[in-house]
Design a binder for this molecule. Sequence first.
Ligand SMILES: Cc1ncc(COP(=O)(O)O)c(C=O)c1O
Length: 375
Amino acid sequence: MRPPVTDSLPAAKPEMKPWIAAIHAYVPGKSKATDGRPLAKLSANENPLGTSVAALAARSAAVMPSLYPDPDSAALRAALGALHGIDPARIVCGTGSGELLTIAASAFAGPGDDVLYVRYGFSLYEIAARRCGATPVEVADADYGTDVDALLGAVTGRTRLVFLANPNNPTGSFLSRTELARLHAGLPGDVLLVVDQAYAEYVAPEDDDGGLELAAAHANVLVMRTFSKAYGLAGERVGWATGAPELIEVLNRIRGPFNVSNAAQAVCTAAVSDQGFVTHSREHNRVERARFVEAIEALGNHGLRALPSEANFVLVLFEGGLTAEAALHGLAEAGYAVRHLPGQGLPHGLRITIGTREQMDDVAATLRSLTEGGR
Ligand SMILES: Cc1ncc(COP(=O)(O)O)c(C=O)c1O
């Protein structure tokens, strides 16, 4: 029989695994100033145009919340399959693409294995790697972009998975179709390439990176997408992945059993049928991003630099007298929350989501005023 616990024994307590202890929780974008004032949120890459009216209408018509949702999100997968020309058997839906990229790492990597991604890659990749006990390996960038040769050069016998966000968050950098194909061709067949296309709907169709074609043709490629960005449905928490049926079957084993709610399935299925909203969002973003980049370039003599972006945000570097930290505070004073990422090695940058025209004009004017010593 187990001896009774007495006061003289040191109190036993559950110990987390060492690889979990190494994780720093994901830091979400802020929407309030330090004094609690609400700010316009240009810190989480949400869609400033809201969401499709058709999607909102579907929300109220969704099945009763007292019932479990369809565990397979069949109608949504059918809609996505029809839109993209993919067999729905090759699609799995998740609670955001965050769930899918996390379980992809758990399924294919573990203690003793390496998970690769580029420096300044999406911050969830490190968490996903550590969560399953694998070693996150950050590979050198090329002027804030993905360096295919450096990634391929970092592959060893321990490498099990490569994460690539295309476009990348937080830099906005984009790998062309040719470069993505070269990256895939250089990887051993037993290394899984996860092409995270969270911002793909913002890329001009003629610049498509060919990720879906790679996932259709090869057994070691997963493409992940989300409803959180151009579809304007971040609050519904839905993402999807496509790849070989064998890969999808593995993800299906370990995803949450009822991972997409009734309302989310109904809303996202309706959103897929309203591609006009997605096109309008892409067009708004293209125009406003170009205007904002132009405004930043005009401040180049003050050391401001906008990195080229294919996404719905721009990483602005502060390499002159005005620091990113001072700009962060100045923008908060003016009513805007943007993203400062010192923890990701970017103390000199601010990631600014493309908002409405009025917001972007105001943000640019605030930055101009700050460089001139005002505000
Ligand atoms: C590159 C990238 N991938 C994945 C995600 C996760 O998105 P969600 O879980 O909302 O689908 C994000 C969110 O910011 C992202 O920027």
